[in-house]
Design a protein around this ligand. Structure first.
Ligand code: A3P
Length: 306
């Protein structure tokens, strides 16, 4: 079945999730052809959970040895390239453009991103036991971020899509790669069962204490910070480079476009926890709370909303 969506694109139901119809071909090609290697690292998110930020962090973390002195730091790829160009989406950039892309040019460890739900990941990802970093975000901020983003995608002159209508759909599970709760639950469960393979992280935790969580990420990925790196400013340098203020002020992110036509600047809006209070009435916020209570209550998951 397919549903004409509230976001100027249509979604189609496949394996229990709503996929954007336009990239469905990429989803299938990725499922059928992607051969994961044990050393691969996959960043997984649902849209608008902070993917751009984590792409930058993971890229900077894994490549830190190459850009450790001040000369090489001036040539850091994040200064001139958008994180989405440095860390491609499997089902989007790679497998939508070509059914079976040649990935041999990617150096090990290969770093890719995907929005695919856990149950729809290519079989080779689970078989290879490569590492997955899952980033999620509280549903209210994620929803508001998505609402802003889809308004940008609407044809000129169409105005904003009514927020209550979007929220209705979201609460029915209809959003790109939704239902939201099933996406989060799939990875949460996998992270409990296989903590050495799946790292579960929340946007709000990263905002609150990025130093702690970037160090945990480095440990998980098998490239822990040395005592010297912890002292010499390497960690703070990565966080500074990837901060909202820095990335959003770079020329490439202010003016460039992705190959899909989306403007780089659309991926940097406010970058805060709790912006939903500026958009959701008490009644609308309650509706999200009720759905999340119903769907997530068994999981032990608790979100931070401010
Ligand atoms: P807001 O719309 O709430 O500002 P994604 O990258 O998954 O599309 O998510 C986009 C959201 O992440 C946007 O949220 C954006 O502002 C925020 N974001 C982008 N870069 C960030 C950064 N460096 N630090 C914190 N948040 C960031």
């Amino acid at each position: 079945p397919s549903e004409e969506d509230w976001i100027a694109t249509s979604l189609c139901l496949y394996q229990g999730f709503w996929f954007p119809t336009w990239l469905f071909k990429g989803v299938l090609a990725c499922q059928n052809h992607f051969q994961a290697q044990p050393s691969d690292i996959l960043l997984v998110t649902k849209l608008k959970s902070g993917t751009t930020w984590l792409k930058a962090i993971l890229f900077a973390l894994l490549n830190r040895a190459k850009y450790s002195d001040s000369d090489s730091q001036r040539r850091h790829p994040l200064l001139t390239q958008n994180p989405h160009d440095l860390v491609p989406f499997l089902e989007l950039k790679l497998y939508l453009e070509q059914e079976n892309p040649n990935l041999t040019a990617f150096e090990s460890p290969r770093l890719f991103a995907t929005h695919l739900p856990y149950s729809s990941l290519p079989g080779s990802v689970r078989d290879s036991r490569c590492k997955l970093v899952y980033l999620c975000r509280n549903p209210k901020d994620m929803f508001i971020s998505l609402w802003h983003f889809v308004n940008k995608l609407r044809p000129e002159g169409k105005g904003q899509t009514p927020l209550p209508k979007c929220l209705d759909k979201f609460c029915q599970g209809l959003s790109p790669y939704g239902p939201y709760w099933d996406h989060v639950l799939g990875f949460h469960k996998a992270s409990l069962e296989m903590p050495e393979q799946v790292f579960f992280l929340m946007y709000e935790e990263m905002k609150e204490d990025p130093r702690v969580h970037v160090s945990r990420l480095a440990d998980f990925l098998g490239c822990p910070f040395s005592d010297e790196e912890l002292r010499d400013g390497t960690v703070d340098g990565i966080l500074r480079m990837c901060s909202f203020d820095n990335l959003s002020s770079l020329e490439v992110n202010k003016s460039g476009k992705l190959w899909t036509g989306q403007e780089n600047k659309w991926f940097f809006r406010r970058g805060e926890v709790g912006d939903w209070v500026n958009y959701l009435s008490a009644e609308l916020a309650d509706r999200i709370d009720q759905v999340m209570d119903e769907k997530l209550h068994d999981s032990g998951l608790k979100f931070q909303y401010k």
